[in-house]
Design a protein around this ligand. Structure first.
Ligand code: AHR
Length: 322
């Protein structure tokens, strides 16, 4: 029987630290006294992964009895900062967000800290020396995801191999880390070369556009490494339009494993997918309850994920939730 490599959403506690010294949020359990109010600043609606992530957060907030204030930043940091400031003004019990980019958060997070509102990072992390600005970070190990993509290529490439990379949003943790992990692994095989690398902003249209340009400018493309399924699916459209066969003439590796990606993998148009689990809602609500009560939480909670070959995708598709 084909075996999916890992289970979803089990939690590895990398380090048990972080007490919530300041206790709960500025609004405590909210104005009613009992209800926890969470302000959530989402990245946007750029991908199938994001849609599944948003649904998981909304469904699980409801199930947990948490009053969710939700905003969509349309992939713009300034919109996320505005949303966080508005949650501070509203004195929510806890703020959670998935930072669109890694840097530039210290000022607004210091404002939240001064207002005594705990912050949880979810999905993506920030690049800051001040770890007191947030209580915990729940999400994937993106470097490891890049390594898994690189491992597959190292095992499956033969002879000189030209790779084009479709990067995620510039400055975003998954774009930086997936690139890093992939490069780390392919360094073992000097025959594998990344001949072009450009951002497609994690969107299908971005992936298509960048791939169209690369097909014109690159004399030889053997492999596409796309930082998410959506960009890979956009690349498939461009490859077909150029009269080539995706999955055969040009091999495709992606990250996420959302339904559309898994379908393309099962159909033979993608060759390998590294999983990134978007169903973070339940763990997020559990962590939120703890930080609001002032209980200890781990500084880092990593979602456990696997990988899929074409055969494994065929077996997993009927049960795929998202
Ligand atoms: O941060 C997670 C990434 O963001 C997903 O891999 C991608 O699809 C999304 O846009």
């Amino acid at each position: 029987m084909l075996k999916k490599i890992t289970t979803l959403a089990s939690v590895v506690l990398l380090s048990a630290v972080t007490a919530c010294g300041s206790g709960g949020g500025g609004g405590g359990t909210g104005s009613s006294g009992d209800t926890i109010t969470m302000g959530f600043a989402q990245v946007g609606a750029e991908s199938g992964w994001r849609t599944a992530n948003t649904k998981s957060i909304q469904d699980e907030a409801k199930a947990a009895g948490i009053d969710l204030k939700f905003s969509d930043a349309q992939q713009k940091q300034e919109n996320q900062i505005k949303a966080i400031r508005s949650y501070i003004q509203q004195k929510v019990s806890v703020i959670a967000f998935s930072p669109v980019v890694e840097t530039g958060w210290d000022t607004v997070l210091l404002e939240a800290k001064r207002a005594n509102i705990p912050v949880i990072l979810t999905d993506r992390s920030i690049d800051s020396d001040d770890t007191s600005l947030y209580k915990t970070f729940l999400g994937s190990d993106f470097v490891e995801e890049g390594r898994r993509a690189g491992d597959w290529l190292v095992s499956n490439a033969s002879g000189p191999t030209s790779v084009v990379e479709l990067q995620g949003t510039t400055g975003a943790a998954p774009a930086i880390d997936r690139k890093k992990g992939f490069e780390e692994k392919i360094a073992a095989k000097p025959d594998i070369k990344v001949v072009a690398s450009q951002t497609g902003d994690f969107t299908r249209s971005g992936g298509k556009q960048v791939m169209e340009a690369m097909l014109k400018s690159q004399p030889k493309i053997d492999v596409v490494y796309a930082h998410n399924d959506d960009m890979g699916l956009g690349a498939i459209e461009a490859i077909k339009a150029a009269g080539k066969v995706p999955g055969k003439d040009i091999k495709i590796i992606t990250v996420d494993a959302v339904k559309d990606g898994m379908q393309a993998l099962a159909n033979g148009e993608i060759n390998f997918i590294v999983e990134c689990n978007p169903l973070l809602g339940k763990q997020l609500m559990d962590l939120a309850k703890k930080v609001v009560k002032g209980e200890e939480v781990p500084a880092r909670v990593v979602t456990e994920e696997g990988t899929f070959t074409q055969e494994q995708a065929k077996a997993a598709l009927p049960q795929r939730q998202y």
